[in-house]
Design a protein around this ligand. Structure first.
Ligand code: HDD
Length: 697
């Protein structure tokens, strides 16, 4: 059973406001009312002219209910429409007082409330969780000096260097304008047409074609501030900074074929995973780290730190871990919190500032602006989820749609001298503690150009590709083959191949061979690519901990199965940190060998192996014989094998495995030899098996 959400009363209310507006539906005498508090006597029947007559306009109960329903939807986010979020806290473990005055980065041990939303980028709000896509990683920290929104992604670089290209990028990536498809996919003409004409995107292309864009869980993703920011000290001196979130469970991904099948099996796979983990007390956690640079250090890098298509390898500038984030509470209401939360890169407490990165500069306008059409009012900051909670917010801005504050007094302008007459005079600017912009010299007059220091589009793409393990390189090349095979315009495919030759000749050849196409001549780069030192830190494979923590194990059982073996597998996997589910041909469960009933958590057809990290087949001979005629059972075994999962089995289950094409290897484990071998193998993917189950580019 999935863990239920805690009832509001059981959750520590971290909103601390708006509580008076909550409906008290759980009170025993709770009475349904109209929106204006008038008690309703009958919520089932409309008011009619006679027993069988038409409804009356007079029926304000009916009209109010339907009218409110008609207006329930608001425009979804133009990008990042599909998201899942949770409450939690940020805790500083090491002070950055040498660099910043921001209290959230200087008060060690203090916990600050956060609301974190993860998202896909291209799909609509009702799309699936597992397309190949960048994931948004947006954290709102309710600090005592105002909200700090770190609106990042799970990839440290971006497609474009200048915000003026963002509408083009998103138009090209989203469903095509005339036909309205594909949904939540970049594997189509217009995306690759744009990308091929935008060589600056080549580094990002390496990342999106890597396994980073098919994450196993939102709990297993890194987060990056992407743009360069500044920390500002008391003297107004700025230090360049890049922000990082690192998941405690390591960065882990699915296989592409698995991600595609999960989309059908459980479109809400990531949302459910996040919700269930938090509800069951298995709290997701990330380390918070910074890379700090003086202006001189930044100037010595072989690229421009203001260029969002570049990263600074950890090997060049190590990440200093200074804090952590734990997500510990699911939202009470999806719309009020996850949908209405508005992240603004302009939300920064004093001591944190922006850089001149031209992508970030455009973002500083866009987010505030987009909320006006999405949330419909300049007062969206008053919604409980958006309100500054760590401190008051007060100024002389007044009125507007949906104003909820009742501010007494005449002081709606400043300066004023009303205090001299004993009246409330309102707040005043704080020159010492208020937000201050780092002093940065401006070099020249107005120009509409791209700096020469942004011209190298290939060196870091090459760095990324060459830093991957052989398995990851094969996945990346195969992803390119998949995407470009969905492109229908030959010149678009050719242009991509010609660009890939500048990244890496081997990669370009593999992709061309994967499509059975000839390699065109290499594109002429604006700046010749350099061979930068590899960065093993950019890998996933071999980096994440081999553990069952945070993973899911499915045990397929049949009538007549050995109950003690089921219990042994369940106990061992649970003790090792996994969530275990019993899957049976029928939802009512099975009758075990000893005559006892075993309840199922899921029915086989609706609980396929794609939603687990490892599976065990504890079948009796008879049970196995029956399942030989069940395609869902065949898929359960063959997909687990194809998706490189550990498979534990009884001797009686062998016939099913054989029929499903499972070839025994180190990850296929006879449970009669003890369950430890299974739990050990289940702690990782069976990468060695991959060349035997699919042709990679
Ligand atoms: Fe953006 C939403 C992350 C570039 C304009 N963006 C949005 C969200 C995330 C990001 C995580 C969803 C926030 C949420 O959960 O509500 N965006 C990024 C990153 C970028 C980036 C990491 C590159 C460094 N974005 C970017 C540019 C522009 C925008 C260059 C426009 C010039 N982004 C928006 C937006 C959105 C948004 C249109 C849509 C919904 C919203 O803001 O609140 O304003």
């Amino acid at each position: 059973m999935p863990p239920a959400s805690k009832k509001p009363a059981e959750q520590a209310s971290s909103l601390g406001n708006g509580g008076e507006l909550h409906q008290t539906a759980s009170a025993p005498d709770a009475r349904i009312t109209t929106n204006h508090g008038v008690p309703i006597s009958d919520n089932q029947n409309s008011l009619k002219a006679g027993r069988r007559g038409p409804s009356l306009l007079e029926d304000f109960v009916l009209r109010e209910k339907i009218q409110h329903f008609d207006h329930e939807r608001i425009p979804e986010r133009i990008v990042h429409a599909r998201g899942s979020a949770a409450h939690g806290f940020f805790e500083l473990t090491e002070s950055l007082a040498d660099y910043t005055t921001a209290k959230i980065l200087t008060e060690v041990g203090k916990k600050t409330e956060v609301f974190t939303r993860f998202s896909t980028v291209a799909g609509g709000a009702g799309s699936v969780d597992t397309p190949r896509d960048v994931r948004g990683f947006a954290v709102k920290m309710y600090t005592v000096e105002g909200n700090w929104d770190l609106v990042g992604n799970n990839i440290p670089v971006f497609f474009i260097q200048d915000a003026i290209k963002f509408p083009d990028l998103i138009h090209a990536a989203k469903m095509e304008a005339d036909r309205g498809y594909p949904q939540a996919a970049t594997a189509h003409d217009t995306f690759w047409d744009f990308i091929g004409l935008m060589p600056e995107s080549m580094h990002m292309v390496m990342w999106i074609m890597s396994d980073r864009t098919i994450p196993r869980s939102l709990r297993m993703m890194e987060g990056f501030g992407v743009n360069t920011f500044r920390l500002v000290d008391a003297a107004g001196k700025g230090t360049l900074v890049k922000f990082h979130w690192r998941p405690k469970l390591g960065t882990q991904s699915t296989c592409w074929d698995e991600a595609v099948k999960i989309a059908g099996a459980d479109p809400d796979y990531h949302r459910r995973d996040l919700h269930d983990a938090i509800a069951s007390g298995d709290l997701p956690e990330w380390e918070f780290g910074v890379q700090l640079f003086t202006d001189e250090e930044a100037a010595a890098l072989p690229f421009d730190i203001l260029d969002a298509t570049k990263l600074v390898p950890e090997e060049v500038k190590p990440i200093r871990v200074v804090g952590r984030m734990v997500l510990d509470r699911n939202p009470d209401n999806f719309f009020a919190e996850t949908e209405q939360v508005a992240y603004l890169p302009t939300n920064m407490p004093p001591g944190i500032d922006v850089s001149e990165d031209p992508l970030l500069q455009g973002r500083l306008f866009s987010y505030q602006d987009t909320q006006l059409s999405r949330l419909g009012s300049t007062n969206f900051h008053q919604l409980p989820i958006n309100r500054a909670k760590g401190c008051p917010f007060q100024n002389f801005q007044r009125d507007g749609h949906m104003q909820t504050q009742v501010i007494p007094g005449r002081a709606n302008y400043e300066p004023n001298s009303l205090a001299e007459a004993g009246e409330v005079a309102g707040p005043r600017a704080d020159p010492r503690g208020g937000f201050r912009t780092a002093s940065v010299p401006v070099e020249e007059g107005k120009v509409r150009i791209r700096a020469e220091s942004f011209a190298d589009h290939f060196s870091q793409a090459r760095l990324f590709y060459r830093s991957q393990t052989a398995i990851e390189q094969a996945h990346l090349a195969s992803a390119l083959v998949f995407e470009l095979s969905k492109v229908t315009l030959q010149h678009v495919r050719d242009r991509m191949l010609s660009l890939l030759r500048n990244v890496d000749e081997d990669l370009a050849s593999r992709v061309a061979a994967g499509m059975n196409l000839d390699l065109p001549a290499a594109a002429k780069p604006a700046v010749a690519p350099q061979d930068l030192p590899e960065s093993p830190a950019l890998r996933i494979v071999g980096k994440y901990p081999e553990t069952l923590k945070g993973r899911a194990v499915g045990i397929l059982v049949s009538d007549g199965a050995d109950g003690s073996l089921v219990q042994a597998v369940r106990k061992a996997a649970t003790q090792a940190g996994a969530t275990v589910k019993i899957v049976a041909p029928k939802v009512g469960g099975v009758t075990l060998k000893d005559g006892k009933k075993l309840a199922a958590d899921g029915q086989l057809a609706g609980t396929p192996s794609v939603i687990f990290d490892a599976v065990a087949l504890v079948l009796s001979e008879e049970g196995c014989a029956q399942l030989l005629h069940e395609s869902a059972a065949m898929d359960f075994a063959s997909f687990a094998f194809a998706h490189l999962k550990a498979i534990g089995h009884t001797a009686e289950a062998m016939k099913l495995l054989e029929k499903a094409g499972v070839k025994p290897d180190a990850g296929v484990i006879d449970l009669a030899k003890g369950v430890d071998g299974f739990t050990k193998a289940a702690a990782t993917r069976q990468w060695d098996r991959e060349p035997k189950v699919r042709m990679l580019a």
